[in-house]
Design a protein around this ligand. Structure first.
Ligand code: DAH
Length: 341
């Protein structure tokens, strides 16, 4: 083949390829042009052995022509790919920035947990620290050390859940008093919220598990007056400045003297309504001066130290605060209820 003819063929292949690439509208069309020109059995590749047949003086011109043709086709290939990518991007579905975002539901604390936090905060401001104790207790911590007589009805398996090994699910948070005194030097000033268990038949005001908050203050020269002012402060912080309190004599094995502490009704302000059964008062907590026998059981000297203790139910406080009349709703986990808090 003569130089002239070779140059013509190269020119023809390259302009045909460039024209096809300019018109190509898919990856497949672009690949096809590449294969039939620059590919292993493509037209340009097939022509290259012809170079060897040419007279020496023509070889340089032929080489230049090959390079030119390859460069032109390669450039057209790149251009075609870029054009195709741009048109694909332009026709892709656009992001609609006016669409509303996805809503992620926000979790909340359970109303009982909110009450626990609020009570602990109030007592913390009065110098009490919050501690916790085990829900699985021994008879000694739950009853014996708290001075409960051996024939006390609360010890009965009808009322208390016992494990086969003799341990029990605590019936009150009071055992934390003993654990605190045994583990700490006086003075101690703690509150201890937590879950308790009793074998009650569940109804609107009783459950087999419920929450209590225990308070304990032991020091030198602690009096009933300190107990009264502490509870009054708590009552007004939790329910508002108008709440009044009163104390009635009562009995608990772990306190002497013992009192039942009532708050003026938070629904009617004390005038009398259905919630307070027209008495104007709500029974809220048990309390008293810690019995010397309990101090001795916990290794403290009752000649040197005194203190007060109190305990109340957290379901009842939460129900009164939010005007809820059935405590079963606290453990139903109905989101329509929980979302209101
Ligand atoms: N543990 C008592 C109960 O379960 C409540 C109570 C009463 C706790 C008097 C006390 C207290 O610390 O002094 O009913």
């Amino acid at each position: 083949m003569m130089l002239e003819e070779l140059l013509q063929q190269l020119q023809a292949i390259s302009s045909d390829a460039v024209a096809s690439l300019n018109a190509a509208d898919s990856d497949a069309a672009i690949e096809a042009v590449k294969n039939r020109t620059l590919g292993r059995s493509g037209a340009i590749t097939a022509l290259s052995p012809q170079m060897g047949q040419l007279p020496k003086e023509d070889k340089r011109a032929a080489g230049l022509a090959f390079n030119e043709a390859k460069t032109a086709i390669q450039k057209a290939l790149n251009d075609a790919k870029a054009k195709l990518a741009a048109s694909e991007a332009a026709s892709a579905p656009a992001v609609d920035v006016t669409l509303p975002g996805r809503a992620w539901p926000i979790g909340r604390k359970h109303p009982i947990s909110q009450t626990i936090d609020e009570c602990c905060d109030i007592f913390r401001r009065m110098g009490f620290i919050a501690v916790s104790g085990p829900e699985l207790e021994t008879v000694w911590y739950n009853f014996d050390a708290l001075n409960a007589p051996l024939n006390h009805p609360s010890r009965d398996p009808q009322d208390t859940f016992y494990l086969p090994d003799g341990r029990l699910l605590r019936t009150q948070t009071s055992p934390v008093q003993i654990r605190t005194m045994l583990g700490n030097k006086p003075p101690v000033r703690i509150v201890s919220p937590g879950r308790c268990y009793r074998r009650d038949t569940p109804d609107a005001t009783h459950g087999v598990h419920f929450h209590q908050l225990e308070g304990l203050y032991i020091d030198k020269n602690v009096s009933m007056a300190d107990l009264r002012s502490t509870i009054l402060k708590f009552a007004t912080e939790f329910f508002g400045p108008d709440v009044r309190i009163r104390m009635r004599p009562s009995f608990f094995p772990f306190t002497e003297p013992s009192v039942e502490c009532d708050f003026s009704c938070v629904c009617c302000g004390g005038k009398g309504c259905r919630v307070c059964k027209n008495s104007g008062w709500l029974e809220i907590m048990g309390a008293g001066m810690v019995n010397p026998a309990v101090l001795r059981n916990a290794g403290y000297d009752p000649e040197e130290l005194q203190g007060f203790a109190f305990g109340f139910g957290l379901e009842r406080l939460t129900m009164l605060k939010h005007r809820i009349n059935d405590l079963r709703i606290f453990s139903d986990n109905d989101l329509r209820f929980l979302k209101q808090f």
